[in-house]
Design a protein around this ligand. Structure first.
Ligand SMILES: [Zn+2]
Length: 259
């Protein structure tokens, strides 16, 4: 059996890029590698997805304001126990298998009671949801949001805090005691530390709830500052940046502010 010669770095990168492009659904990538195998950003032009959006709703034609309205209309249906559970049919599944054009990127807490598709009464392909305890940022979370901003550009980016957030409460307790959380949980504390420090310095009552609210606005602002793709879409007026708060008891989503 003949043995293939090992790929040099340049060949390896080309093969890897091709595999990644295929995995994320790109039809092809243009752009050449420099002689040293590096990627010249000026030459790197990922092509758009091969399929136009199959989403029945013409998301491209929606203004950010209308997209937010649709979410809030869905939330009102949910609160009234009048949800229609849209976009869950076999036809919808087949349509979105070809591509996605969600209404919004939603960054929310991993808490099992905080399920955006349910409380916005949306279905398959409607929300690009990122969930992590305390809805905090990390490189992976930012990359996930940037991926959607670059490739899908939904008209709304919504960061949602919620009532009785265990992650915020744990961060507050740990910081107040000057303690260190066990294992990886400390990374949640660090992600929330600027928020807790700010609220402890400015508020006396309802620290956890005030921190959960402020955290949504804080993380939204951090995304705007740290993500060039989000910042560009926001400046162009094609993406509305919104902070919200979900009430576990009433099911209502309250808009805290928008950028
Ligand atoms: Zn939470």
């Amino acid at each position: 059996m003949s043995q293939r010669p090992p790929l040099d770095r340049r060949q390896f990168l080309k093969a890897t890029i091709g595999a990644v492009a295929g995995a994320v659904g790109l039809s092809a990538c243009s752009g050449e590698l420099a002689a040293d195998g590096s990627i010249d950003p000026a030459q790197w032009k990922p092509l758009p997805t091969a399929q136009p959006s199959p989403t029945p709703r013409a998301v491209e034609a929606l203004t950010p304001e209308r997209a937010l309205e649709l979410l809030l209309e869905g939330n009102r249906r949910f609160q009234a126990s009048a949800g229609v559970n849209p976009d869950q049919s076999a036809a919808r599944r087949a349509a979105v298998a070809l591509g996605q054009a969600p209404l919004a990127i939603v960054l929310a807490c991993a808490d099992s009671r905080v399920a955006p598709e349910i409380f916005f009464d949306q279905g398959l392909g409607d929300l690009y949801t990122v969930r992590v305890a305390g809805n905090i940022l990390s490189d992976a979370v930012l990359a996930t949001i940037e991926y959607a901003a670059e490739r899908i550009a939904p008209p709304v980016l919504l960061v949602l805090g919620h009532k009785s957030c265990g992650a915020v409460k744990a961060a507050f307790t740990t910081i107040e005691l000057g303690a260190h959380a066990e294992g990886h949980v400390q990374s949640l504390v660090e992600g929330l530390r600027p928020v807790i420090d700010h609220i402890m310095a400015t508020e006396k009552d309802d620290i956890v709830d005030r921190a959960a609210r402020y955290n949504a606005e804080y993380q939204l602002e951090q995304i705007r500052r740290r993500s060039p793709a989000v910042n560009r879409l926001h400046r162009e007026g094609s993406m509305k940046l919104v902070a919200g708060y979900y009430d576990l008891d009433s099911g209502a989503v309250e808009i805290l502010g928008a950028l």
